[in-house]
Design a protein. Structure first.
Length: 360
């Protein structure tokens, strides 16, 4: 607990009943700190900017001291003073690392946290342009698809989500990260690198008098080598991610072309089916038209036949009437002829011998 109280953030907080919680003395809000000052610093940074600036000023009073002391030692030969300055700065660095260690873990965010010209400036990752922090601090809301992503205080899952779901935004984050590295001079030579061979020789000559100086220089060079390797690994990781993104983009383009070809084939098939159905309808309409014409011709033939039968019937009726007239006429003629022959017989009978019998 004593080491934690050394942090400059604690003058603005007070321990509560729960050892994992602290009460803000500015707004009386209870903050869960889990044994480190990350949440406390985040609270000050978001709610109390003036107090946060004061804490930052108190936490970093000796930054850049080692570089200044080293150049001063190179000029004056006062190596003990330089060692004291380096020791003070190293203690401050270790204290900050112990306080903020739980918030680390993301390689992408680590690459964006860099030390330039002896001054430390922790910058937020460019990926947060497309996210919004949740209340619990462990999740972030994607501002593009509104999906909640659990980030666990680093940006790995956030970057993965952008790479899989939003390649364009992921490429934008990469570009911003590279531009920030170039602007901040991450790829430049370390500030404490030897620029003059004479300075290096002077240091080696004084190493017998102050043997600790070589250890300090070696430690600084090893840290610079670790930083350089970390940056190289991060660059390779970004390059691989860029290649994967490019492959994904090409796969999406190929899929889009395949979908376009499938859509074109579907349109051709649909047009062919429509044309075939149209021809079938036209053929069916032609057959129906011919059948209708045949039926119409048959109907006309039947009408003509019925008219001919009717005329024949009328002719037969007239013939029957004529025959009937002829029959009546013949009957009358026969009757008339019969009556005439009977009259002659009567006259003959009257004129004949009365004793003569007439038979008919």
């Amino acid at each position: 607990m004593a080491s934690r109280k050394r942090s400059a953030v604690w003058p603005y907080f007070q321990d509560g009943v729960d050892p994992n919680k602290a009460t803000c003395l500015v707004c009386s809000e209870t903050i869960q700190h889990c044994g480190n000052t990350s949440n406390l610093l985040k609270h000050l940074r978001s709610k109390h900017q003036a107090e946060f600036a004061d804490v930052e000023a108190k936490r970093r009073p000796f930054e850049g001291a080692s570089v200044t002391a080293f150049h001063h030692a190179m000029e004056t030969g006062d190596y003990p003073e330089m060692l004291d300055s380096v020791a003070v700065e190293e203690d401050a660095k270790h204290e900050r690392f112990a306080e903020e260690a739980p918030t680390a873990g993301d390689a992408g965010a680590a690459a964006e946290t860099c030390y330039l010209s002896g001054a430390t400036s922790k910058k937020r990752s460019a990926v947060w342009t497309y996210y919004q922090d949740d209340e619990d601090g462990n999740k972030a809301l994607c501002l593009i698809c509104l999906e909640n992503i659990q980030h666990r205080r680093n940006t790995s899952n956030l970057l993965k989500h952008l790479r899989k779901r939003h390649p364009a935004e992921y490429a934008d984050v990469e570009d911003r990260t590279k531009r920030r590295q170039v602007e901040d001079g991450v790829i430049a030579a370390p500030p404490c690198a030897f620029k003059h061979q004479a300075t290096l020789q002077n240091t080696c000559r004084n190493a017998t008098k102050y043997p600790d100086i070589l250890e300090v220089i070696t430690v600084g060079q090893s840290e610079q080598e670790q930083i350089r390797r970390a940056l190289e690994q991060e660059a390779r990781a970004l390059e691989r991610e860029r290649e994967l993104t490019e492959q994904l983009r090409r796969a999406q383009e190929q899929e889009a072309r395949a979908l376009e070809q499938q859509r074109a084939l579907t349109d051709q098939l649909r047009r062919a089916q429509e044309e075939e159905m149209k021809r079938a309808r036209e053929l069916e309409a032609g057959v129906l038209q011919r059948e209708r014409q045949a039926i119409e011709q048959l109907r006309r033939a039947q009408e003509q036949e019925s008219m001919a039968i009717e005329r024949e019937r009328e002719a037969l009726a007239r013939m029957r009437e004529e025959l009937e007239r002829d029959r009546r006429l013949f009957r009358r003629q026969r009757e008339a002829a019969g009556q005439g022959s009977q009259g002659e017989v009567t006259l003959k009978t009257e004129n004949a011998d009365p004793g003569l019998e007439v038979t008919t």
